[in-house]
Every structure is written in structure tokens, then in C-alpha cells.
Design a protein around this ligand. Sequence first.
Ligand code: NDP
Ligand SMILES: O=C(O)C1=N[C@H](C(=O)O)C[C@H](O)C1
Length: 238
Amino acid sequence: MRILLIGYGKMGKTIEQMALAKGHEIVGKIDRDNAHELQNFSSKDTDVAIEFTHPAQAFRNISYCLSNGIPVVSGSTGWLDKFEEAKNLCQQKQGAFFYASNFSVGVNLFFHFNEYIASKMQAYKEYEVAVREIHHLQKVDKPSGTGITAAEGILASYTNLAGWVSDNPEEKTKLNIASEREPDVVGTHIVTYSSEVDKIELGHIAHSRAGFAEGAVMAAEWLIGRQGVYGMKDMLNL
Ligand SMILES: NC(=O)C1=CN([C@@H]2O[C@H](COP(=O)(O)OP(=O)(O)OC[C@H]3O[C@@H](n4cnc5c(N)ncnc54)[C@H](OP(=O)(O)O)[C@@H]3O)[C@@H](O)[C@H]2O)C=CC1
Ligand SMILES: O=C(O)C1=N[C@H](C(=O)O)C[C@H](O)C1
């Protein structure tokens, strides 16, 4: 598979290692300082693009790929206000687009169990539900994309809550997502149900970026030959 890497930071470099180990070819590496070179790539030389950049750049990169017939896998977070636009463009161009806030199989199992637990816990209003995410100091967006997906999984059952809120535990009508930034934390997500007498927790701790990279390469392999908008639930049958 001929892969174009868009974003050559922590994730781009980890994905490169994973892809080469699986026998794939990297046809290009686009980063901020050579971003203009993206226009040189087309479906003639690229089977799939894997995009991990920045909240402010992701939509433009994804749009370029969809407009030029390049199937695109994106893991960038913090840009989802434009997700509907990306979906529409994908439909219009009959393209292929795979998005996940988190490509790790373990996190997607965590999402699955999180939805199930929320569906049971919503009947027990003596428990207050909250989401907490902890990441490294370089992370630019808050809350994390994974934290938002976890919150949405809970809100599907908690119809009494009017959406989520970032770092505002006093706002009792909404589900709080608490964000913490600490050196060298790859990605930790914890859902807590607290009552006066006890606490139930479901959590996921990433030990490295290998799980994210492995999932992204798996998604790229899976996307080739498909048309439409997909996510991890489609690939993993969750
Ligand atoms: N879905 C998932 O499983 C995961 C998602 N992520 C998300 O992926 C994104 C990237 O994470 P990470 O690799 O850790 O971040 P990094 O900051 O390490 O890397 C991002 C890279 O993108 C580059 N970049 C900035 N603008 C452009 C542009 N216009 N075109 C191409 N490249 C550009 C940056 O360059 P420069 O440094 O010069 O700005 C940088 O090298 C984040 O949104 C993060 O939240 C991260 C891990 C897992
Ligand atoms: O920026 C990161 O590092 C990560 N970002 C993703 C997110 O925002 O959920 C996924 C992972 O937690 C690492």
C-alpha cells in the first residue's frame, strides 16, 4: 500500500515505523514546513493518506484528499465542528473517509463498555457521572477527542444531561470532562460514577502510541476499495 503521511510529528513518525514494518511504502511526508507539497499528490501515486496534524489544519488536508480521489484516514482531534462538511464532501465526491478520535482497539473496547455501563447506570441517579482525561503537556486541544467520544457515549443514555462541559464540575445540568496536562502522559481516560457511599470507575491508559498507530494502519488497509464515511465501530464490528 502506498501511504502518504500528512503530519510528521509524534503520530506521523510512529505510523511510519508501523507501516514500514508491515511492508507498506511511504510515498510522502507532509509537515507544516512543506505543507504546500500536498498539492503534488494524487490518486495516481497514493493509495491512501493518513492524516494526524492539528485542529486548525485537519479539515483542509482531509478536503484536499477527498477532492483529489485519495482515500483518507484521519485521527486529528479538535476540528469536529467541520465534520458534517467533511462527510458531505465525501458523499459528493464519492470518496472514502475514515475518522476516529482514537484508533486504539483497547480504547474502542473501552467506548463499547462505557456505553453499556452508562445504559445501566442512568437509572441510579445517586451516582454522579464524570469523565477525566490526562495528556502530555504538548497537547493543544481540550478536552481530548477521546474524552468527547466517551462523553457522547454516556449522553446517549443520560437524556437528563444537556450535553457536556469542559472543566466545569459546578455545571450540574451537563456532563463534566475534566482535563489534566502532565509531562509524558500518552493518554489516560477515566469515567467515574460517584455516590456518597462508593465509586465505580472504568478507565483506559495508553502505555505508548503504538496502539494508535497500529489501528490507523489497520484502518488504511481496510479503507482501500471502500466508498463512504467510516469509523472504528464499522471496522471492528462493535
Ligand atoms: N485518533 C487517535 O488515535 C490519535 C489522535 N491524535 C491526534 O492527532 C493529532 C496529532 O498528534 P501528534 O502527532 O501527537 O501531534 P504533533 O504535534 O507531534 O504532530 C503534528 C504534526 O503536524 C504538523 N502540521 C501542522 N500543520 C500542518 C499542515 N498544514 N500540514 C501537515 N502537517 C502539519 C506539525 O508540524 P509543526 O510541529 O511544525 O507544527 C506536527 O509535526 C492531534 O490532533 C492529536 O490529538 C493523537 C494520537 C492518537
Ligand atoms: O494528542 C494526543 O496525544 C492524543 N489525542 C487523542 C485525543 O485527543 O483523544 C487520542 C489520544 O488520547 C492521544
